[in-house]
Design a protein around this ligand. Structure first.
Ligand code: ADP
Ligand code: ASP
Ligand code: MG
Length: 440
């Protein structure tokens, strides 16, 4: 069985949904199709939730009406038969009535998650109706029946496997299944989600849960590029990446993949392919365990919204156990650390989740002087055995000679060098590294 996930732009126009239909009906292998919301929908739903949480019901209503009109238009262009058109209108009516009810009740976090779920519920129902209209046999698999996260928002893979396998076992003869990306149930059995961009994560989790032959992520670009195409003028797709390289790039900002979407596939050694819905014949990127290739820098990514924390203490001098005490503070507040550098009297580290920063700072103050810098960006340089390549570090530093570096991390793995810069220098750093490290 294979997994084919389609992102927002791949389903964002009626004609694209027809392209998706063509792609999922070629080939004989049973397929689970994972769909995101139509492009722009989740952002619009975030806007509705924001207006409601600010108590601005008239703005929320205006945003709901705008989105409703968009869906009515979409539906009128998608279906050809009266029956399918009626069914489509019914689906849209049902979901927008639900949103209208929320205008009348008091807002809370659980409701905001319910709002966000509407996008994937709508896209999958409309696509499933299209398949029915075209008499393509398929099964609708509601993600809320099998996808779940625990109290720490971590997916519960064994439970997901058990529930999904039981659902699939009901349809041994069926070849095509349609399900929602992104949405799930949480430990309170409320509707929740896998965070923005989470449909990739859904696809990889499903792949791992059922030991799929491949997880295909279909999007609007021909694979993982060597640099962020939204920022840098010249980029090119990379044919092969290892799981480690792809995970690193995803985690450090390559938007094409959700940050956590590689580990489930990696754990079960399932190849992941990044493919272009608009150009299906393009090679794309294949991500597997081992990539037998020469060394060298393959790609860059950048993650902003980073906070750097420096703890300076003379007590660190010749002392042991100091790092443990510092790390214990971060563990206590479940805050993960991305980069670390140390000197004999100071530690610098970075975090991206600052929800417990105040408490963390109070505890760190006991160890020494604490300095905090917000608005930093990590630039992550990934490649195959780059540490063994002569001159790579020199090329990196040479390219960044005009940019003040706050931290450098080298030697943590053979595949990665990371630098921390003020976010204001992020674009310049990506552009200069592109010129210094790649031949175009
Ligand atoms: P989808 O809606 O299909 O999930 P996304 O917008 O989440 O698509 O991801 C695809 C986008 O990621 C591309 O259009 C591109 O602008 C952006 N992107 C950022 N970094 C990279 C990269 N290194 N390689 C390819 N795409 C990237
Ligand atoms: N629709 C969700 C989002 O926009 C999930 C996804 O597209 O992967 O974040
Ligand atoms: Mg995405």
């Amino acid at each position: 069985m294979k997994i084919m996930k389609f992102g927002g732009t791949s389903v964002g126009k009626p004609e694209r949904m027809y392209q998706v239909k063509d792609l999922v009906t070629t080939g004989d292998e049973p397929t689970i199709v994972v769909l995101s919301a139509l492009s722009g929908t989740t952002n619009a739903l975030v806007g509705i939730g924001d207006a409601l949480s600010a108590g601005d019901k008239s703005l929320a209503k205006h945003r709901i009406d705008e989105l409703h009109a968009h869906y009515k238009q979409f539906c009128s262009e998608l279906f050809r038969s009266d029956m399918a058109m009626k069914e489509g209108e019914k689906i849209i009516q049902e979901h927008f009535e639900f949103l209208a009810i929320l205008l009348k009740i008091s807002f809370n976090d659980a409701i905001s998650k319910d709002i966000l779920a509407q996008g994937e519920l709508l896209s999958t129902k409309l696509f499933y109706t299209l398949l029915q209209e075209l008499q393509i046999d398929a099964v609708f698999l509601p993600a809320l029946d099998y996808m779940s996260i625990d109290e720490y928002s971590e997916p519960e893979l064994p439970k997901i496997r058990e529930k999904l396998s039981a659902l699939l076992a009901k349809y041994p003869e069926k070849k095509l299944f349609v399900t929602q990306g992104y949405i799930c149930k949480n430990h309170r059995n409320e509707v929740d989600n896998l965070k923005r961009g989470g449909s990739d994560y859904t696809a990889s989790l499903i792949g791992a849960a059922i030991s799929a032959s491949v997880v295909e992520i279909w999007t609007d670009i021909d694979g993982m590029h060597n640099n962020d195409p939204r920022i840098v003028d010249k980029t090119r797709p990379i044919a092969h990446l290892s799981f480690d390289e792809a995970a690193e790039l995803a985690y450090f900002g390559a938007k094409i993949l959700h940050p956590a979407s590689i580990w489930p596939a990696q754990q079960f050694n399932i190849p992941v392919k990044l493919l272009n819905t608009m150009q299906p014949e393009a090679l794309g990127t294949t991500i597997t365990a081992n990539v037998q290739e020469r060394g060298g820098v393959k790609a860059l990514a950048a993650k902003d919204g980073i906070t750097a924390i420096k703890i300076k203490s003379s007590r660190m001098l010749l002392a042991y156990g100091f790092l443990r005490k510092v790390f214990d503070v971060f563990e206590k507040y479940r805050t993960s650390i991305d980069m670390i550098t140390t000197s004999e009297v100071a530690i610098s580290l970075t975090i991206d989740d600052i929800s417990h920063l105040e408490e963390i700072k109070l505890e760190l103050d006991k160890f020494g002087t604490v300095e905090i810098d917000h608005n930093m960006a990590i630039i992550c340089i990934v490649g195959n055995l780059i540490m063994e390549q002569q001159g790579v570090l020199q090329d990196i530093m040479g390219s960044l000679s005009e940019i003040p570096l706050r931290m450098v991390s080298y030697g943590g793995s053979k595949h990665n060098v990371s630098v921390l810069v003020d976010a204001a220098y992020k674009n310049q750093a990506l552009q200069s590294l592109n010129e210094g490290l790649f031949d175009f």
